[in-house]
Design a protein around this ligand. Sequence first.
Ligand code: PEP
Ligand code: MG
Length: 318
Amino acid sequence: ERERLSRLRHTPAVTLDGQSIELMANIERPDDCDGAVHAGAVGVGLFRTEFLFMGRGAKLPDEDEQYAVYREALERMSGLPVTLRTIDIGNDKPLDKGHRDGGSLNPALGLRAIRWSLADTSMFRTQLRAVLRAALHGKVNLLFPMLSSIGEIRQTLAQLDLARAELDARGEAYGDLRLGAMIEVPAAALMIRSFLKHFDFVSIGTNDLVQYTLAIDRADEAVAHLFDPMHPAVLRLVADVIRAANEAGKEVCVCGEMGGDVTMTRLLLGFGLRSFSMHPAQILAVKQEILRSDTRKLCEWSQSILASDEPLAPVAPA
Ligand code: PEP
Ligand code: MG
């Protein structure tokens, strides 16, 4: 089976009815790029940059160190797009002791991701300057995690303007970015049409979207059996985000676990998804599903799954 799958490495991901699907990789460090290219990824859909900040003791990476890491990822992808997500620190991904952790009773609802960045704007702009400079060396999509309101979007974009102004003042060159929002909080999914006005693309983080929609801690074993990506409430949010982005002519990707789950591939195709990002090890299996799928036959079926009162098994028509 493994050998058969590996033969698909250079096969374009196109459905039976001729729809081209983009399959990208989730990575944690530049080294992971080689595995991504090897698996046939057409880009990095999610670079979780927080891993560069974890396990570092008191000393976090400065602008030059970050720039070198982002540049290395771009160079290893040799011209393919790389989606850099700004740090998603907090909750399940804490910094070492000695840094602020918010001390929250509910870290998943506390100071994490973009909230953390907006609470320490000088650190945030250090990352933004490093990304802007790295963008001279490839195609950068910059993705912001956990946005939940338009006010936060404005603050975030203002920091990006400031970072550019700081580089201008230093006479430092920088490149163009495409900007995206993670859709992983129900508020963002419900506000998707407003969010889309501010961004070039969106990426659905289903791990957190399930966690926050169902109020199930994604890391708590005691409720793991209730963590259900097939819950109709979750699927309705996912389907509506995909629909709204397609209607607005903006790119939409699923980069949470759902994106690499072969049992969900056809359902997402039926919802209109054309871009998936996942662990590199999943790419060939998902591609195989895509090669066997006819999206024209999936639309009606996927709508019936959405309309159900209860989670149904995602068994698609042949
Ligand atoms: C997600 O929430 O689905 C996601 C992709 O981000 P992370 O798993 O890093 O929180
Ligand atoms: Mg997330």
